[in-house]
Design a protein around this ligand. Structure first.
Ligand code: ADP
Length: 394
């Protein structure tokens, strides 16, 4: 077997893993342990023997990774038989210290720990995953791949908020951007599809999953992006509000006595599609909309209007646009979102082919559309594997 990377994505109560062939992107096995620390945890492993499911209490991330290693032994492929060259860890926040993937050592762990205040929901879990994996797989190099790294090319006028200057130095308050592995992967794939070099192309990438973000990419480099200090800013998401007036925080404190933590929680976990309709899953919102539900219709309209505004803004930022790329769950599958997001933008040279769009083909624009509209499946695991490889091969 050729060079494989074990990709680990540790969340607060979950551990996702994938054993990826770095050359082809094929996963020899994937797995997910959920509800870690709860009475009943669920472990699913997809390997050469098919799907394996197990339900038993898994106390912590260490036990979760041990369960994963056992599943590799019993369900395959046996880790000893695979040429594993690295373990690649997804790390959400790399601040302004990491513009590229990096080998995990004590210094990196200290740096990622320093960034916890900027990503209190994500970095502690990512660190837990790294520490546990280093203990259980001590003979392999571990590489951290950061969601923020791809956006470190943003110019200062794109990443600086118009707030007192010292906030940036004192507290690290600036835009960082997220979903970098996806934006990087998808924009490179789009260039390949168009038969051009990334350096020759300007693109707007729309990653529409549970989390959603837009990126303006000039010549292969991110020059603006919709997520900011945290993944809360920008587009409307499954449970996150995206852009809003920051005065809402103060108003809720004054009139409702809500603490900063309570409002933060609501904006991250009870807003977006969930806040508007009660359902965070886009398919459910879509079903309700089709059945004539007014709240679902309004949520859909707000969601698509926000995407359209970012397309307009990033069109202006880039000057010329060669491609608009839709990716992730909603972007790849929802023809109605793609159609609504670019509706009326023909004067910008964006011409959708309704038949191609309905079939979610790779190219959904017309042959004569000056701007190509593409649907490209993201593959963050493959991107993490490839980036990890560049570090161990250095
Ligand atoms: P994540 O951001 O967690 O990686 P995904 O990229 O899988 O998630 O996106 C999840 C979102 O995609 C959910 O809102 C889901 O409803 C939506 N989605 C998945 N399949 C479809 C589909 N066929 N049509 C519309 N939305 C879909």
């Amino acid at each position: 077997m050729s060079d494989h990377v074990l990709v680990i994505n540790a969340g607060s109560s979950s551990l996702k893993y994938s054993l990826v062939d770095s050359a082809s992107g094929e996963a020899a096995a994937t797995g997910l342990v959920e509800q870690i620390g709860e009475e009943r945890s669920h472990h699913v492993h997809h390997g050469p023997k098919g799907e394996f499911n197990d339900e038993q209490p898994i106390a912590n991330h260490e036990a979760a990774l041990e369960a994963a290693v056992r599943a590799f032994e019993t369900e395959g492929p046996a880790l000893a038989d695979v040429d594993i060259v690295a373990v690649g860890h997804r790390v959400v926040h790399g601040g302004d210290r990491f513009a590229a993937p990096a080998l995990v050592d004590d210094e990196l762990i200290a740096a990622v720990t320093d960034l916890v205040p900027l990503a209190p929901l994500h970095n502690p879990a990512n660190l837990e995953g790294i520490e546990v994996a280093r203990r259980l797989l001590p003979d392999l190099p571990h590489v951290a791949v950061f969601d923020t790294a791809f956006h470190q090319t943003l110019p200062p006028y794109a990443y600086t908020y118009a707030v007192p200057t010292q906030w940036k130095e004192q507290y690290g308050i600036r835009r960082y951007g997220f979903h970098g592995t996806s934006h990087s992967f998808v924009s490179a794939q789009a260039a390949r599809l168009l038969g051009r070099k990334p350096s020759e192309l300007n693109m707007i990438v729309l990653h529409l999953g549970n989390g959603c973000s837009a990126a303006a990419i000039r010549g292969g480099e991110s020059v603006d992006t919709s997520m900011g200090l945290t993944p809360l800013e920008g587009l409307v998401m499954g449970t996150r509000s995206g852009d809003l007036d920051p005065a809402i925080h103060g108003l809720l404190a004054r009139v409702a006595g809500r603490s900063a933590e309570e409002t933060d929680h609501s904006l991250n976990s009870e807003s977006g599609l969930k806040g508007l309709t009660g359902a965070n899953d886009f398919r459910e919102v879509s079903r309700r909309r089709a059945a004539g539900d007014e709240r679902a219709q309004l949520a859909f309209d707000i969601y698509c209007q926000r995407i359209k505004k970012y397309i307009g803004a990033y069109y202006a930022v880039l000057g010329t646009v060669d491609a608009i790329v839709f990716t992730a769950g909603v972007g790849q599958h929802s023809a109605e979102v793609r159609a609504a997001a670019v509706d009326g933008l023909e004067t910008l040279g964006i011409r959708l082919d309704p038949g191609r769009n309905a079939r979610s083909e790779l190219t959904v624009s017309t042959d004569d559309s000056p701007v190509a509209v593409l649907v490209i499946p993201t593959n963050e695991e493959w991107q993490i594997a490839r980036e990890a490889l560049t570090v161990v091969r250095r």
